[in-house]
Design a protein around this ligand. Structure first.
Ligand SMILES: Cc1cc2nc3c(=O)[nH]c(=O)nc-3n(C[C@H](O)[C@H](O)[C@H](O)COP(=O)(O)OP(=O)(O)OC[C@H]3O[C@@H](n4cnc5c(N)ncnc54)[C@H](O)[C@@H]3O)c2cc1C
Length: 447
């Protein structure tokens, strides 16, 4: 079906004629997001294979949203008019060993890019929990991994090529104009269709992963910064029962300290590979037990060829300034009895501050409290306002790509650069071609 659709677009574009009225394609089965909780509001999906094709589509369409790998849990990627997928924009364009950057088409998945980089002696500084996601979708939503000294994935952006509302190609670069790049990188899909991304790379490295089980929450609270600084990337998993953290995952570069100890702040070294949700098979998880592996086979929790996480779930996540980590964790742990029946697992991570205007880590090193919920939408939607209220004293910011109920006014009050962002978005998209109901509500309606 998708292939047929492309052949039709390709044929009409090649003939230089007007693309058939898009409403005639609305018979196409509507796509869902990865989790299946969002069915996109249109069946009109186009799959350009080149920047020129993206330009032609953008010129032609009055309203559209770009689709990456569809891993967001909310309607940020939805459109009731047209979707332009980056599925076929998936190539490595060039590796600049002098500048230490790689340029890729925006639809490439991290899991596809990483082996290429390693083969050439390079790495990305960090990855999210899964490698299945597109570079374009990830950087525009401030997707992150963990590590108190590691910025989110958007902080590796060195340049962007974007097709803006009038169909022109605009290049943003750290070298030429870092402040504009900071403004548009976490662009939430509102600046245009990102067609190419240039990312900073570092020399390749090896990582070992060790897991410790059952750490008392009291230990976490007492030693939070020491615990999350114990490795290159550290994650704490809890379901908020028994006042403990069920698993602590420490990912260390092999040139750093290896945590071979039998106990780590009272938690016991695991004796086999584990899944963050202890009842699930560790088969889909990256290798643990201190076995060294290439950075991209250890930094994500989940392997490329397998379904990540639990499969049927919802996700929410809140960013809190690091200095409030312990208070925020305490506030959520007080809700433990309410939360845990609807939860698969919570993950607590840290992310370094950045300069990206719409990043939840803008000028604040943050702790994130993430919830992998059971697919119980009604119950989750009742819990989220309670979590919002408990985290309000710490000015929590929700993850742009996950489920949240925080009011647009509250979100606006927590983004110092929101008004400037709206202005710059309007410069590249004066008529709101790339806006949808999500952006209108959460970003553009707030005065
Ligand atoms: C199992 C699972 C685990 C996850 N783990 C993490 C994690 O560890 N850390 C984390 O931070 N998040 C995580 N996420 C959330 C998710 O990965 C991110 O939110 C990310 O946005 C997904 O990228 P995507 O390509 O799927 O984006 P999509 O959902 O396809 O799109 C997201 C947004 O980006 C825009 N967009 C996409 N591509 C482009 C482009 N080329 N140009 C302009 N705009 C574009 C869309 O219009 C939309 O607004 C997880 C999600 C799942 C399902």
């Amino acid at each position: 079906m998708q292939r047929k659709t492309f052949i039709r677009i390709g044929a009409t574009i090649a003939a230089g004629s007007v693309v058939k009225p898009l409403t005639s394609w609305s018979q196409t089965a509507r796509l869902k997001n990865w989790a299946g909780n969002v069915t996109y509001s249109t069946g009109n999906v186009q799959y350009p294979k080149s920047v020129t094709e993206v330009q032609q589509l953008v010129k032609k369409l009055d309203k559209l949203k770009t689709l990456g790998t569809r891993h967001c849990f909310n309607t940020i990627a939805d459109s009731n008019r047209d979707l332009v997928s980056t599925r076929d924009l998936n190539k490595v364009v060039s590796l600049d060993t002098k500048a230490k950057t790689v340029t890729v088409e925006s639809g490439i998945k991290y899991g596809e890019l990483a082996p290429y980089l390693h083969k050439h002696g390079y790495a990305l500084a960090n990855l999210a929990s899964l490698p299945h996601i597109s570079v374009g979708g990830s950087i525009t939503t401030a997707t992150h991994g963990s590590g108190i000294k590691n910025g989110n994935l958007s902080s590796a952006v060195n340049g962007l090529e974007v097709v803006t509302a009038d169909g022109s190609v605009v290049n943003f670069s750290k070298h030429k104009d870092a402040s504009t790049l900071n403004a548009v990188t976490v662009g939430l899909g509102a600046i245009g269709v990102i067609t190419k991304v240039t990312l900073d790379v570092i020399p390749t490295f090896m990582v070992r992963q060790r897991v410790f089980t059952n750490m008392l929450l009291a230990q976490v609270k007492q030693n939070f910064e020491k615990i999350v600084s114990a490795g290159y990337s550290v994650s704490l998993f809890t379901n908020w029962v028994n006042d403990n953290v069920s698993e602590v995952w420490i990912k260390s570069r092999t040139d750093e300290k290896d945590h071979t100890e039998a106990e780590f702040y009272g938690a016991k070294a695991a004796t086999k590979n584990l899944h963050p949700v202890i009842a699930q098979s560790a088969e889909k998880c990256t290798d643990q037990m201190g076995v060294p592996g290439i950075w991209y086979e250890r930094l994500p929790h989940f392997k490329m060829g397998f379904t990540p996480s639990t499969g049927k779930e919802l996700q929410s996540e809140y960013f809190v300034p690091l200095q409030h980590a312990v208070e925020a964790i305490s506030a959520i742990s007080r809700l433990g009895k309410q939360i845990s029946p609807h939860l698969f697992i919570t993950e607590i991570r840290t992310i370094a501050a950045d300069e990206l205007w719409m990043s939840p880590c803008y000028r604040q090193t943050s702790v994130t409290i993430h919830f992998t919920w059971k697919p119980e939408t009604a119950a989750v939607m009742k819990l989220l306002p309670i979590i919002d209220r408990e985290l309000a004293p710490f000015n929590a910011r929700p993850h742009w790509g996950k489920v949240f109920t925080m009011s647009p006014k509250t979100i606006a009050s927590r983004y110092a650069k929101l008004d400037d962002f709206k202005k710059i978005a309007a410069t590249y998209d004066p008529k709101g071609k790339f806006r949808n109901a999500f952006l209108d509500k959460n970003i553009f309606s707030v005065i």
